[in-house]
Design a protein around this ligand. Structure first.
Ligand SMILES: Nc1ncnc2c1ncn2[C@@H]1O[C@H](COP(=O)(O)OP(=O)(O)O)[C@@H](O)[C@H]1O
Ligand SMILES: [Mg+2]
Length: 508
């Protein structure tokens, strides 16, 4: 296959707003001509900001944006061969379909060669002739499957039809790149599915580059040639949908893309790893050391159920959903949940054993720069639960500009109200923000020191709590392996991130 030209390149693009927070951090990407590329990430991760910089509505704080090799960082939006379909598209309600689509074309002036009174050739900027506008509008409406709808009032159209008018309005300018910012988020589920298929077809028909943004992993997986998974302003992984699903580079991507079982594990030897209370055989991979903390990812379809006592760990089936071809079981193994997809039926309440083929246990290095608890949850007192222990934390950091009202509900800056009870989050604690004490009555929890290493000027400890959460702690003080210690973390030292959107926790 011939190598396609790069149409857009972002080189070390960084954006910080006045408040000093970096929302896009060293973003590097080459987009090929004609590609359907999607940025996928949770809300607030910097997707819209990235798109707005490509469109020219926002300037990068540093870095370059190239179009066909030319730096366009300073070109105003109307001089860029890109058009945007926004998340909250605003059609003109008092205009009909034709006028909505033709609006931009009527304002446009194009260079036209004419002859002046002296008989000299001159270039004049002229508006497009009505006939040309007619043709362009008709073509755009045809692409979005709205032929014959020119005269309809947009207020009489369905949500899906309005969305197609918004797309027609963008493509009528014949952009080289169409930027789409969550264009389907206002539609209901059925309509969204239909529009996904239609957008994909439009992309084929138009042959132009689509740069799409969504927080919906299924949407990204079904439509894109390539996906960029983003978290907190940083690209986590770029790859085809298959790459990203099958070979996630870290626990964040694995968790965000489709359903996964993700656990904190500890390497016991080169080929055994301990997690959820069992010791599992895993593939031998280079670069994992004994006692290293690892992330474990297991896809639900790779979880094998068997007779109690015959697998690696035992559990109880606590949930069952029939999904047409297979069942989806939730199994409690101690305090851990295991999701399993199986074509055989089992009863809720049944005791089963769990095993996994070694090759289906995916090991990933943990960043040892921080304690990251990927299955934390907010409780009704707005504490964060890590393992089984509650820690005081500041939940307002989950939503920029929010505050708590007197009843403990989170209020966003635009007045929306959220009940965070049960909201899954990722909690991060820096290694030197965990206090160790031998006063066991103090602190949030207790744990046993299972490993200690002297790192130049301080010790690094791994401390395992009773419910098998491991904390990595830096400390100048010397403790012994097997000591039991109390751990405490100050409220302001717990950094929280949403795992999924916060929408589900909105109340009225
Ligand atoms: N004009 C702005 N000034 C300050 N902060 C902003 C501005 N625009 C966006 N942000 C912040 O940047 C972060 C990323 O926002 P955004 O790009 O809209 O995320 P996404 O589209 O992924 O939901 C958010 O924390 C948001 O509050
Ligand atoms: Mg956005």
């Amino acid at each position: 296959m011939e190598e396609k030209q790069t149409i857009i390149a972002l080189k070390h693009v960084t954006k910080s707003f006045e408040d000093g927070v970096t929302v896009v951090d060293d973003f590097n990407l080459d987009v090929k001509e004609g590609e359907f590329i999607t940025i996928l990430g949770p809300s607030g991760c910097g997707k819209t900001t990235t798109l707005r910089m490509i469109a020219g509505f926002e300037l990068p704080s540093s870095g370059e944006i190239l179009l066909n090799g030319q730096d366009i960082s300073l070109l105003p939006p109307n001089k860029r061969p890109v058009n945007t379909v926004f998340q909250h598209y605003a059609l003109f309600p008092h205009l009909d379909v034709y006028d909505n689509v033709a609006f931009g074309l009527r304002l446009k002036k194009v260079p036209v060669e004419t002859v002046n009174r002296k008989g000299e050739k001159v270039i004049k900027m002229k508006r497009l002739p009505a006939k040309v506008i007619d043709e362009k509008v008709a073509r755009a409406l045809h692409v979005v499957d709205l032929d014959e709808m020119e005269d309809r009032d947009v207020s009489t159209l369905s949500g899906g039809q309005q969305q197609r008018v918004a797309i027609a309005r963008a493509i009528v300018n014949e952009p080289k790149v169409l930027l789409l910012d969550e264009p389907l988020s206002a539609l209901d589920h059925k309509m969204r599915k239909d529009m996904q298929v239609e957008l994909k077809e439009m992309h084929k028909r138009l042959g132009i580059t689509f740069f799409y943004v969504t927080h919906d992993q299924e949407e990204a997986l079904t439509m894109s040639d390539r996906i960029i998974v983003m978290s907190r302003g940083v690209i986590q992984q770029i790859g085809t949908p298959e790459d990203i699903y099958n070979e996630p580079v870290n626990a964040f991507v694995a968790d965000f893309i489709g359903e996964s079982n993700i656990y904190n594990g500890t390497m016991m030897s080169g080929t055994t790893v301990r997690f959820i209370g069992g010791t599992w055989t895993c593939p031998k991979e280079e670069g994992f050391e004994v006692n290293e903390k690892v992330d474990i990812v297991i896809r639900p379809e790779d979880v094998l159920l068997g007779q109690e006592g015959k697998g690696v760990v035992d559990g109880v089936i606590v949930g069952k959903i029939f999904k047409g071809v297979h069942y989806e079981f939730t199994i409690n193994v101690g305090k851990n949940e295991v999701l399993c997809r199986d074509t055989h039926d089992h009863e809720v309440g049944a005791k089963v054993s769990i095993s996994v083929e070694p090759n289906n246990i995916q090991l990933m290095h943990k960043k040892l720069t921080i304690n990251e608890f990927t299955d934390a949850v907010i409780d009704k007192a707005n504490n964060v639960i890590i393992g089984e222990d509650a820690y005081e934390c500041d939940v307002t950091q989950l939503l920029t500009g929010s505050h708590l009202d007197e009843d403990g509900y989170l209020i966003s800056k635009d007045g929306k109200k959220y009940d965070l009870n049960g909201c899954p989050v990722i909690a991060e604690i820096a290694l030197d923000k965990v206090e160790i004490s031998d006063d066991l009555s103090s602190g949030n929890t207790q744990g046993e020191i299972i490993a200690a290493v002297w790192i130049g000027d301080h010790y690094q400890y791994i401390i395992r709590t009773e419910d098998e959460e491991d904390f990595i702690v830096n400390s100048p003080y010397s403790w012994m392996v097997h000591d039991t210690v109390a751990l405490s973390v100050a409220k302001e030292d717990i950094v929280l991130r949403l795992k999924k959107g916060i929408e589900d926790y909105e109340i009225d």
